[in-house]
Design a protein around this ligand. Structure first.
Ligand code: ATP
Length: 245
């Protein structure tokens, strides 16, 4: 990274900030994405900038849900594509699951730029929004989906989601696995499984959990899912923030 030495105490955080800024320059991330990232940074600071036990517990349940799925789909926005394109592509191959570009602020150029970035990083199938299928209950650009992607999915992995769409996906009967540093957000509260952690730290851990759990029988996945309590995980994350420990 440019001028910041690896020994700098905020190196990891600054590196992510550079990745997001580079995403804007490449036409992948929107200017609004910078603000969303800033909000994430603030919460990351408060949870200690490490993957806490509540995040690790959630990501194992999330991995189990994705493995149990009949038709999992990975939804990608401009921030996720800037931060972890290779890891999202790897998750798509591992499950396997198609990736689908889905952004809040309509822009065909940005959608294409996200698709290209994912393909360059090894993604096999990257679906695009269409006007042939729409998610009910939402009015933003995010309602336009692919009939063989988000529309059909039974389990959706949607990092950095917006609350409206997360609620809409749940109302359609889909399971939603999300990654959101804010345990108070509507997304965090509406999702089936919320990993309260930085997406950049979560993705390698999630890939590891999927690799490990897929060696296990389906009963183990089922057990992880049936004993999982998302409200308890969110309470633990909030307690960590409030205690400042
Ligand atoms: P909601 O509609 O769910 O209440 P919001 O409007 O607060 O969400 P948005 O602006 O849509 O949030 O999205 C930003 C969210 O993504 C914030 O909750 C922020 O904490 C989170 N976030 C940003 N960057 C990251 C990251 N790298 N890893 C995990 N979460 C992040």
């Amino acid at each position: 990274m440019s001028e910041v030495p690896a020994s700098h105490p905020r190196y990891a955080s600054l590196k992510l900030r550079e990745a997001i800024a580079a995403g804007v320059e490449k036409g992948i991330t929107s200017a609004h994405g910078l603000i969303a990232h800033g909000r994430g940074e603030a919460f990351d600071y408060l949870i200690g900038e490490t993957s806490q036990p509540f995040a690790r517990e959630a990501l194992r349940a999330g991995a189990a849900l994705l493995l149990m799925a009949g038709y999992p789909v990975i939804s990608v926005n401009g921030n996720a594509a800037a931060l972890v394109p290779a890891e999202l592509a790897a998750l798509g191959q591992l499950l396997p699951a198609p990736l689908e570009v889905n952004i809040f602020h309509a822009s065909p150029q940005r959608e294409q730029a996200i698709r290209s970035e994912l393909l360059v990083h090894g993604a096999q199938t990257v679906l695009m929004p269409t006007d042939q299928a729409q998610l009910p209950f939402i009015e933003s650009n995010r309602r336009f989906v692919h009939p063989e992607g988000l529309f059909r999915a039974d389990v959706v992995f949607v990092p950095l989601e917006d609350g409206d769409r997360c609620e809409a996906l749940r109302r359609m009967g889909k399971e939603v696995v999300t990654v959101d540093l804010n345990p108070l957000s509507r997304t965090a509260r509406a999702a089936s499984v919320t990993v309260v952690d930085n997406l950049a730290r979560t993705m390698p851990l999630l890939l590891e959990a999927v690799e490990q759990l897929r060696q296990e029988p389906a009963e183990v996945w089922q057990q992880l899912i049936s004993t999982y309590d998302n409200d308890a995980v969110l309470r633990a994350a909030e307690a960590r923030i409030r205690s400042g420990a």
